[in-house]
Design a protein around this ligand. Structure first.
Ligand SMILES: [Zn+2]
Length: 632
């Protein structure tokens, strides 16, 4: 890999040395970039947990509980003594399901006991009026990483992966008290049931068009569609009454619901629920079962070893108490100076966006005005929230219980809390991500961006880095998140996050043509581990393109700006070494493109790339001018 020229491959030119030295930890599917920061945060916080637990000195009640859960999850002897019994006790409720009527009567109990069901009922923001909430229904997920594996062209991969799953399922079922012949039958039935679900469930590509989830219907209409269950009775059980509107997120699945659940296939359903439910339970059972049950997930990601018990316990506790843990991390490790500086960069990026919208050639004046309004009303959450959500006061458990029962009870508390909020106003002040998470996001239904403290460090951002480097790093990410307000999904929501058609017809057609160009720019690119689906990842690619466009604009007005530093740091943040199994799998489940493309594709659309490095038409990162796309 010598003599890589920057003009041919920016990503490899910048990252080769790091990649050569980078070793993927045995218990992880990838290393570098985001993962390296996440590992760093994990290490810091694991030390914090260990010392809090040892000194019994907790900053607040929430963290005291988090540490208590951590200690229980870390207690291998106690978990071994509890064995598989807690999960089998919970699954025993399936014995009571003899008819479809039993299923409807027991639905709430099944759901609160985390038993897999073919219909999932929840409460979420009304996408057309984001101040209020609605009931949403969703189908079951498949055993495979994605329903698209059931397409004929994926047959080979499907067989291979289901083969792995079958082995794991049999090994776990062997630990139950069922007779060997029954164990075998349960596993085969689970596979047969999964195939029924797979024929109707949405694929990740379909879920990625999230505005299409919004299909509100009268509850009566939904009841009429779900003839094999007593939907009205289930709703009454959950909410005390029948809510007038239900959002059907997967119309195809629910139109075919009779095939998924009917009087004839109840046994099939029960065996599927038993096996998949037990496999999910494994991580909260003994170390032996955590190892056995986790083998499927590790195999599809190419991971050799399971997480150490300490890491597992920390991750479980910090995910369960994520608000308090994020606040603790933010208060201790994120400075006011950095917060002020980055907030300033965000302001600058939003202002630059507004200016660019004003001169944008695809939008007419009326649409421009709406787009600028959307930017003006965009909220910014930087670092970590002031306080944890009220729910954390209620996440209390009995430390004498098994880890499995504790997790079940905490999940039930959350679920009941979510259901109880149906008729209460939404809480846009809640953070979508906790402070210790290395990520960032735009929430289309709130119209705000969130930057947890954990991502606000080098190489994304550092007070020690140059302005150009910070613009290529965190600047690009901020611009990316803001661009989601105007990607192929975000464009369908207005300044209040409501699904609303705020475009003129002509403007939207011009916009759609750009979306199509962006799909084509990526579609069919061959990588050593598979082919890219341009339409699946278009929103993220539009956001990367917008992020680069707006930060390059700021670069042009920044004194002493170095485009070389800018582009190199843009590529540096995407440095990643991943296992082939993982790379292959995420092609069909992740709306983000592979890291190397996120580093190398956007620059070639911008003149600055060509002038900075003298890129010519003989270079691999050259794109003819008529193929270059700049949307925002
Ligand atoms: Zn994104």
């Amino acid at each position: 890999m010598e003599n890589i020229r920057i003009q041919d491959d920016l990503y490899t030119y910048v990252n080769q040395e790091t990649l050569d030295k980078l070793v993927i930890p045995d218990d992880k599917p990838y290393a570098g970039g985001f993962a390296e920061l996440a590992d760093g945060v994990e290490k810091i916080m694991m030390d914090e947990f260990a010392s809090m637990t040892e000194s019994k000195n907790y900053p607040n009640e929430h963290l005291a509980r988090a540490c208590e859960l951590y200690a229980i999850a870390k207690d291998a002897d106690k978990k071994a003594a509890d064995g598989i019994t807690p999960a089998l006790k919970a699954l025993a409720i399936l014995d009571e399901v003899k008819t479809a009527a039993d299923f409807s009567r027991l639905y709430k109990k099944l759901s609160l006991q985390s038993i897999p069901t073919p219909i999932n009922i929840g409460v979420d923001t009304d996408m057309k009026n984001t101040k209020q909430r609605l009931v949403y229904i969703q189908g079951a997920g498949v055993i495979l990483p994605d329903a698209s594996y059931y397409k004929p062209e994926m047959a080979e991969q499907k067989e291979q992966i289901l083969g792995i799953w079958t082995g794991v399922a049999k090994a776990v079922m062997a630990k139950t008290d069922l007779a060997p012949a029954l164990q075998e039958q349960y596993v085969n039935d689970a596979l047969a049931y999964d195939e029924i679900i797979g024929g109707l469930a949405k694929t990740s590509e379909e879920w990625a068009k999230y505005v299409e989830m919004y299909n509100p219907m009268d509850a009566d209409q939904v009841s009429a569609m779900l003839t094999t269950i007593d939907f009205g009775a289930i709703l009454t059980d959950l909410f005390g009454h029948i809510p007038s509107t239900v959002v059907v997120t997967e119309p195809r699945y629910f139109e075919g619901f009779e095939k998924v659940f009917n009087a004839e296939n109840i046994e099939l359903y029960k065996h599927w629920a038993y096996v998949t439910g037990l496999l999910k339970a494994c991580s909260f059972l003994s170390e032996e079962l955590r190892e056995l049950g986790g083998a499927y997930g590790r195999a599809i990601m190419g991971v050799a070893k399971m997480q150490s018990i300490e890491k597992f316990a920390y991750n479980l506790a910090s995910n369960t108490y994520s608000d308090p843990v994020g606040i603790y991390y933010g208060e201790k490790y994120f400075g006011e100076e950095a917060k002020k500086d980055i907030t300033e960069i965000v302001r600058q990026i939003i202002d630059t966006y507004k200016k660019r919208i004003k001169t944008n050639e695809i939008l007419g004046d009326a649409t421009k005005e709406k787009a600028i309004l959307k930017l003006s009303k965009m909220g910014v959450k930087m670092g970590y929230p002031d306080k944890a959500r009220a729910i954390y006061d209620h996440l209390v458990f009995n430390p004498e219980d098994s880890l499995f029962d504790i997790m079940l009870s905490l999940k039930a508390i959350r679920e009941l809390d979510a259901l109880s909020k149906l008729d209460q106003p939404t809480e846009p002040e809640n953070w979508a991500m906790p402070g210790h998470m290395v990520n960032a996001c735009y929430d289309p239904f709130v119209n705000d961006i969130t930057f947890p403290a954990a991502i606000l460090q080098a190489p994304f951002y550092s007070l020690k880095q140059t302005r150009s480097e910070n613009l290529g790093g965190i600047g690009g990410v901020i611009g990316h998140e803001i661009s989601h307000a105007f990607d192929s999904n975000g464009a369908k929501c207005d300044e209040n996050g409501n699904i609303n058609d705020w475009w003129t017809k002509e403007d939207f057609e011009r916009f759609e043509a750009k979306v199509q160009q962006m799909i084509e720019q990526f579609d069919g690119i061959e990588l050593p581990w598979g082919k890219v689906n341009g339409s699946f990842i278009v929103s993220e690619n539009m956001a990367d393109n917008g992020g680069m466009s707006v930060t390059l604009d700021i670069m042009s007005k920044t004194e002493g700006a170095s485009y070389e530093e800018y582009f190199c740091n843009w590529a540096r943040v995407w440095c990643e070494k991943a296992r082939p199994e993982f790379l292959k799998m995420i092609l069909s489940v992740d709306v983000h493109g592979p890291s190397i493309l996120r580093a190398n594709m956007p620059p070639r659309n911008f003149a600055e790339w060509y002038t900075t490095f003298g890129v010519k038409d003989t270079d691999q990162m050259y794109l003819p001018e008529d193929k270059r796309i700049v949307i925002w």
